[in-house]
Ligand binder design. Structure first.
Ligand SMILES: [Zn+2]
Length: 425
């Protein structure tokens, strides 16, 4: 089955193109997961973000060289996510470049520190699934905010550490451009936005893109500060930009469209917070809150709030976990049976594994989620082959039914992983 048509249509947001935004400002969209900005001065170039691979950066630079042959002297990292910082050495071309970043750059990333254990293997496995890394091209149709089809060579290989750390809002003159660099916590706490007053262009990093904000990433992320992200939208609007260049997807052009977009983002985040808080105060568990949560109609219709990347239900559960923690308040859950033990008792009560398998198979067509929940119990009681087959089918159906690219990629790569387990056994 094909991917969800709305998700496929979202690919128009990252058609590969070097956009000219003003006489001396360009942005490369669609070459990589993330965008690259160029400010062309009289004797050198400022680059804003650098993509996730050296190959993508090489491709971007080659197309930029068709319009400009000046050396890159300065790089600005909008934040520390790897898809923005991993092509720096390509743009530096062996020169000493100055690299600006926030003073808490990297605070959102797991540090490699042998003295303290960190779940790096889990993060790596889950990151692969969220982004569909290693999925074949016809399955990896989108990242939600970037193209599924993009170069993978040199992933993470061109990172260069920042040389100048920005603690507060500063104004700098770089290659003749007067730029305001301001701390602006949002998708990460270490965001730095760049405001070019002369052209009224704002580089927002990942505090905005054309998809519901990724308030929780299923690859596994610490709590993202919802209130800070919403407040940052007001901070960005105060510049009154006429062109907004996000870290992913197309620029937003026009003061009114930008105000609508930033207001919508802010109000959507605050809506999730207020609805989740209402549910928490009513004693609801996070799964129930998430299942019932919708954006109000005027926001739900906004194309930039479609759940291509972030997910409203995941956001609600992340807010719950980030404020009250993992415990949902139900005393039953203070001493929960581990799933494998619950499965044994459930399957026995349901009349045995064959009865559960039959129920799961007949649920597949109409209710793949329930089929999957039954399949997990089959796998847990040792009915691996039947459970795997049902779960793989369910995941592929759910993948094609969702507009959320991280979910789609996660289902599809998990299905392949489960298939390969079956092959070994
Ligand atoms: Zn990004």
């Amino acid at each position: 089955m094909p991917a969800h048509p709305e998700l496929l249509a979202q690919n128009a947001q990252f058609e590969k193109k070097l956009h000219k935004l003003s006489d001396r400002v360009h942005v490369a969209v669609g070459y990589a997961a993330s965008n690259v900005g160029f400010l062309v001065g009289d004797s050198g170039v400022v680059v804003i973000d650098t993509t996730e691979t050296t190959q993508a950066a090489t491709n971007v630079l080659a197309d930029f060289r068709a319009v400009c042959d000046l050396p890159v002297t300065t790089i600005i990292y909008t934040h520390s996510h790897r898809d923005h910082i991993s092509g720096a050495s390509v743009f530096a071309e062996g020169r000493d470049v100055q690299i600006y970043a926030a003073d808490n750059f990297s605070s959102d990333l797991v540090k490699v520190d042998d003295a303290r254990p960190a779940p790096n293997a889990a993060l790596m496995a889950r990151t692969k699934r969220q982004f569909g890394i290693s999925l074949p091209g016809d399955e990896r149709v989108s990242l939600g905010v970037g193209p599924g089809d993009r170069p993978m060579q040199g992933m993470g290989a061109g990172f260069m550490p920042p040389t100048i750390r920005v603690a507060e809002t500063i104004t700098v003159t770089l290659e003749g451009f007067e730029l305001e660099l301001a701390r602006a916590p949002g998708e990460t706490p270490d965001h730095l936005v760049a405001w070019l007053a002369r052209d009224r262009i704002l580089f927002s990093g990942d505090n905005f893109y054309h998809a519901f904000p990724n308030l929780y990433a299923i690859r596994g992320t610490p709590y993202r500060d919802f209130d800070a992200w919403a407040a940052t939208m007001d901070q960005l609007m105060a510049y009154r930009p006429e062109i907004l260049v996000p870290g992913h997807t197309l620029p937003v052009i026009g003061a009114d469209a930008i105000r609508d977009a930033l207001t919508g983002y802010r109000d959507a985040i605050r809506h999730v917070v207020s609805e989740t808080v209402t549910g928490m105060n009513a004693g609801l568990d996070p799964v129930t809150i998430a299942a019932g949560l919708r954006l109000p109609a005027d926001l739900a219709d906004k194309p930039y709030l479609k759940e291509f990347y972030g997910h409203i239900g995941f956001a609600a559960q992340a807010y719950y976990a980030g404020t009250l923690g993992w415990f949902d308040g139900n005393p039953t859950n203070l001493g929960r049976l581990p799933p494998a033990e619950e499965a044994q008792r459930f399957v026995a009560l349901a009349g045995g594994a064959e009865a559960v398998a039959q129920a799961a198979r007949s649920a597949l067509a109409k209710d793949p989620q329930w089929a999957m929940e039954l399949a997990d119990r089959l796998i847990a009681v040792g009915q691996d082959a039947a459970g795997r087959e049902i779960k793989i089918t369910a995941m592929r159906d759910l993948a094609d039914a969702t507009i959320n690219a991280p979910m789609r990629n996660y289902y599809l790569l998990s299905a392949r992983e489960l298939e390969s387990v079956g092959g070994d056994g």
